[in-house]
Design a protein around this ligand. Sequence first.
Ligand code: COA
Length: 330
Amino acid sequence: MNKLFSAGITGTGSFLPEKVLTNHDLEKIVDTSDEWITTRTGIKSRRIADDQIASSDLATKAAEAAMEDAGIHPEEVDLIIVATATPDMAFPSTACIVQKNIGAVNAAAFDIEAACTGFLYALTMGEQFIKTGFYKNILIIGAETLSKVLNWKDRNTCILFGDGAGAVILQRTEEEGMLASYLGSDGRNSDSLTLPAGGSRMPISYKTIDEGLHCIRMEGSEVFKFAVRTMGSSALKALEKCNIALEEIDFLVPHQANSRIIEAAAKRLKLPMDKVYINLDKYGNMSAASVPVALDEAVKSNAIKKGDKVVLVAFGGGLTWGSSIIKWIK
Ligand code: COA
């Protein structure tokens, strides 16, 4: 086999809608309390996009910030991958809408759907395109407007999620920044986290709307057990692939679903919590946007420094899971 090229993240960006919905606001909508939400999840507030704002709008802003951070022009982008479970529409892809918005006239574009693991699937896919030499500059985005697919009468789900977008520029680099990745799935347990209506199995009808089937449904405790099992083990699988010991990890950027799930993962990786980035208190679970937004904030706040070995890890609907071990080379 020919020699592979090296890949690395050279820019990050994120964008959050302005409107804040606090736990106290939710107390007025469903039978819940700030105390219940805080102790069970760690979430205090989340951002909500205005009615006229779609995922591509958030994605575009995050993409522009990441391109500026990496110092590249839109015409230099070879490929745009958007990870989202809340695309603007079935087609065109959200990636094509972003391609138009930013003027990336030379880029191919497509969406990928692996629910909350979507960004790690997209990053791993981008990594393959760079390493084989097929592309040099890839824009990878996680963008969600989950507020649009929540049942605001269901206290089991509406308290958990929020809207936002994060993006990275992945480029061919001199130094290796993508050390290893691992992805997994288990479709047998897909029923525990679904959005049943609106596809070809169950097109939207008055009946599906009456029954709330066009909104997220979740078996919370099943997903919780799966997440606790998977976050640690998928990170360990990726670490094994690049032969990195637990003591060598500098920082963990996990999917932001629940602070108890994150604490379990940190424990499994023997990491103190000051080496773990948490922003779910501010934003809740933003599905595919959680990891890239957290990565952007961790880098911009200097929690991640040049040379650090960082574990990115996520789990989500599908069921899916994945992890990437990156070296911060910027
Ligand atoms: N406010 C108050 N009470 C609530 C509530 C809310 N928002 N949501 C559920 N409850 C109630 C339940 O009805 C239940 O009451 P009951 O015992 O009378 O039936 C009780 O609280 C306990 O529910 P349970 O599901 O056992 O709580 P939990 O400790 O498992 O926490 C989650 C619930 C959803 C926070 C937790 O299971 C979780 O985080 N799961 C993973 C979800 C996730 O990450 N999803 C996204 C995947 S990417």
